[in-house]
Design a protein around this ligand. Structure first.
Ligand code: BES
Ligand code: ZN
Ligand code: ZN
Length: 491
């Protein structure tokens, strides 16, 4: 779908042409584009200010049905994210005009002082992700994604970066895979169904796939995970994905929270908080999509994806507040609140991963706490780690991909808050403050000496409003982030 194209605009037949414009500087080399921009700037309302937009039809000397001019604002403010946003908006606008293809003019790298490869990556990401529509559950499909997204570059650039479109498509398909799993309604992704869906796609990419059934989870004594699953008639599964390229030595393990619906259990959530709790498997979706994408990209790092999948429901068989359970690691946990279920399934998945596979690095992704959303808002993930280097790499990847992460503290004295009078630990803190931190500290009791990071994605995993390159629903947060982290850890 993505292509780099070097063409003579005067000779080409074009459906929709998109031209990004800065308000204070010309950023295009092509003479035809420059004169088109002059036409656009005759329209008084259009200066090229950020978010300005004007569409012109049937201009002379060019065979294009619509020409869309998009403002980028001041030159010095242009960064990778504004290019992503511009490209996403361009594609969405063109879809609404019922076109089937678009040609987007790429600005000059010397002018906007971003490496040309980064310019192309950002624009391709915004365009590809903006072209995704989740309408599987609609009888009538009102809009149709574009069939072709072309980028106008020089012939030299087209040649140098010829492999980029396919790589970016693969990465973005990974994000979209995660988005669709997250947006899928919970009746269609009960734990065993979700596990099968992951397993089927992973096997296609030749990953080694193991699905632990409820019976096996019982035999292996994953008691914390089973305690969460107990209330639901839909049985739990744990999916283990292994990517084992030749000659790779070090292993990175990813663990993803897979609660296909979080009702809160006996500590039932209030109505407003129940909405969208189908998204509580976003960590699982991101981990599964990252492994599948790594295989498609042929990366040369050994990877492990461990994905505990349960449904958290109230019933006569459900765990109660006050229950004491034994985790896989052997530590006992008093269930202070059945709605703090994520950390229970994660500790068993983390202990199991460490004891069985001994990875060099372990990163878990989870929609773990509402408290993290209170602290950082809906667009930034919290990162918790004792390993400064690992945390720094994740933060840098967050800046590059705009899947932003902010480091949070894990002070030793806060461990006081998760003590239990009767068991080794309590699954909730004794005060309502600092909930994202106490959750992370709880997990830290199970990581032994492994280099570990926990990413709380409760805010950014799900979008309640449409934005320039993401619709309402799952955002796929974590896939582009983790793929970039891997490149940094093992370049
Ligand atoms: N799945 C929720 C966290 C969540 C909240 C995700 C909002 C996305 C949006 C988690 O299982 C939960 O319920 N956490 C509780 C913990 C509390 C009982 C200590 C919370 O955050 O309120
Ligand atoms: Zn919960
Ligand atoms: Zn949850």
């Amino acid at each position: 779908m993505l292509n780099l194209k070097s063409v003579d605009l005067k000779k080409e037949k074009i459906e929709a042409l998109v031209i990004p414009v800065c308000e204070d500087t010309n950023i295009h080399q092509d003479q035809t584009i420059r004169s088109l921009i002059k036409n656009a700037q005759k329209v008084k309302a259009f200066k090229g200010d950020k978010d300005d937009e004007v569409v012109l039809y049937n201009l002379p000397k060019i065979n294009a049905q619509s020409i869309i001019f998009l403002g980028l604002g001041k030159l010095e403010k242009v960064d990778m994210e504004s290019l992503r946003t511009m490209a996403g908006k361009a594609v969405k606008g063109v879809i609404k005009k019922k076109h089937t293809a678009v040609l987007i003019a790429v600005p000059l790298a010397e002018k906007i002082k971003i490496d040309i490869q980064n310019i192309l990556e950002a624009m391709m990401e915004g365009a590809f992700l903006g072209n995704h529509l989740f309408d599987k559950y609609k009888k009538e499909k009102k809009l149709h994604p574009l069939k072709r997204i072309d980028f106008l570059v020089t012939s030299h650039e087209a040649k140098t970066y010829q492999s980029l479109p396919s790589r970016i498509s693969t990465v973005c398909q990974g994000t979209i895979l995660a988005r669709e799993w997250v947006s899928m309604p919970p009746n269609d992704k009960r734990p065993e169904l979700f596990a099968q869906s992951i397993a089927r796609l992973a096997r296609k990419e030749n990953l080694k796939v193991t699905v632990l059934s409820e019976k096996e989870l019982k035999q292996k004594k994953l008691g914390a995970m089973l305690a969460v699953a107990a209330g639901s008639s839909n049985k739990p599964n744990m999916v283990i994905l292994e990517y084992n390229p030749l000659n790779a030595k070090k292993t990175i393990a990813f663990v993803g929270k897979g609660v296909t619906f979080d009702s809160g259990g006996i500590n039932l959530k209030p109505t407003a908080s129940l909405a969208d709790m189908k998204m509580d498997m976003s960590g699982a979706a991101a981990v599964a999509a990252t492994l599948i994408t790594s295989a498609r990209l042929n990366l040369s790092i050994k990877l492990l994806g461990v994905i505990p999948i349960v449904e958290n429901m109230p019933s006569g068989a459900a765990s109660r507040p006050g229950d004491i359970i034994k985790s896989y690691d052997g530590k006992t946990v008093e269930i202070g609140n059945t709605d703090a279920e994520g950390r229970l399934i994660l500790i068993d998945a983390i202990s199991y991963t460490i004891k069985k596979y001994r990875p060099q690095t372990l990163i878990d992704l989870a929609t773990l706490t509402g408290a993290c959303v209170v602290a950082l808002g809906e667009k930034i993930a919290g990162i918790f780690s004792f390993d400064d280097k690992l945390a720094e790499n994740i933060i840098l990847s967050g800046q590059k991909t705009h899947e932003r992460c902010w480091r949070m503290p894990m002070p030793d004295d806060y461990k006081e808050l998760i003590k239990s009078d009767f068991a080794d630990l309590n699954n909730v803190g004794s005060t309502r403050y600092g909930g994202a931190i106490t959750a992370a500290l709880f997990l830290s009791e199970f990581v032994e000496d492994t280099s570990w990071a926990h990413i709380d994605i409760a805010g950014p995993a799900y979008a309640k409003k449409e934005s320039s390159y993401c619709g309402v629903g799952g955002t796929g947060f974590g896939v582009r982030l983790l793929l970039d982290v891997m490149e940094r850890l093992y370049p």
